[in-house]
Write a new protein. Sequence first.
Length: 141
Amino acid sequence: MSNSDQVLAEHLASNPEAAREWLASRKLTRDPRVTRIGKFLRRTSLDELPQLLNVLCAEMSLVGPRPVVQEELRYYGQNLYYYETVRPGITGLWQISGRSDTSYDDRVALDTRYVREWSLWLDLVILVRTLPAVLSQRGAR
């Protein structure tokens, strides 16, 4: 969708509940920019599969903080340092902790916690808990 920013802005301006949801999580339960096929891909997490190429190119890790767009970096505040010290990952604490059901502040806290507490064991725990999280579709939107 070439005008997705405009569609989002109009939707948020006309729907105060959606605007509150967007401010809290940067996600929408009913996002007008997402097609029926896109909803299926997101719900099943199949939309994440192309990121395996990024892992193979060493641009991402299997486990790490979620990748963010430039405009979202401001939400990290003093925790931006932690986010920038590691490669983003396909899965991480946010993904196994409810994904879009958590606030953006919680996402930042989970990303920061991951970096501070990183260990091979933590990565293994996250990888093992990812499949049940994906299959449950909790927070997938």
